[in-house]
Design a protein around this ligand. Structure first.
Ligand code: HEC
Length: 144
């Protein structure tokens, strides 16, 4: 019995260590509460746009796919205030720009090709960019 307890304790410690190693090591970006809210608002727009596009794709409604993709394109980033752009690290801005550009391309191709399989594979590629930025950065609020 003692040995079992001991084994149990040992495996618990291994699990606890593994969890500790999962500590959040993503680069911290410090933003004002307003700027953080703006960035996260844009993120939620990405997610709801993707939801609309996926729904439209399942109906082969390529017109809606193109319209939704264009909303998430480079024109979306033009609304970002200049001081927010300055507060973001270059690597973050680059990844953000790549995602916006890929939505522009998705819109163009959805219109000209009307091929849902092609759009799906483009969306898959775009999503890997969302994933890689999320594994690299986190956003904290600057405390006043
Ligand atoms: C340039 C980097 C970057 C890209 C590209 C990016 N994100 Fe994000 N996203 C972030 C960061 C940083 C956060 C905040 C994470 C944190 O602080 O823990 C975030 C948060 C979010 C949130 C949570 C919003 C909230 O209200 O809390 C959603 C949803 C999201 N992203 C969706 C997406 C989707 C979908 C894509 C791709 C189309 C995407 N993001 C692309 C960096 C990025």
């Amino acid at each position: 019995m003692k040995r079992i307890t001991c084994l149990f304790a040992a495996s618990f410690m291994i699990i606890a260590t593994a969890v500790a190693e999962e500590a959040d090591t993503r680069t911290v970006i410090q933003l004002s509460p307003q700027h953080r809210a703006l960035v996260l608002g844009e993120m939620r727009q990405f997610l709801s746009g993707l939801q609309q596009m996926t729904d439209a794709l399942s109906r082969d409604d390529m017109e809606t796919v193109a319209r939704e993709a264009r909303i998430l394109g480079t024109s979306m980033s033009h609304h970002m205030p200049a001081d927010l752009k300055q507060a973001l690290p270059q690597g973050f801005r680059k990844m953000g720009h790549a995602v916006h550009s890929s939505f522009d391309q998705i819109a163009l191709d959805a219109e000209s090709l009307g091929d849902s399989q092609h759009t799906l594979s483009q969306l898959g590629e775009t999503l890997t960019r969302c994933v890689s930025c999320h594994s690299a950065y986190q956003i904290h609020e600057i405390k006043n």
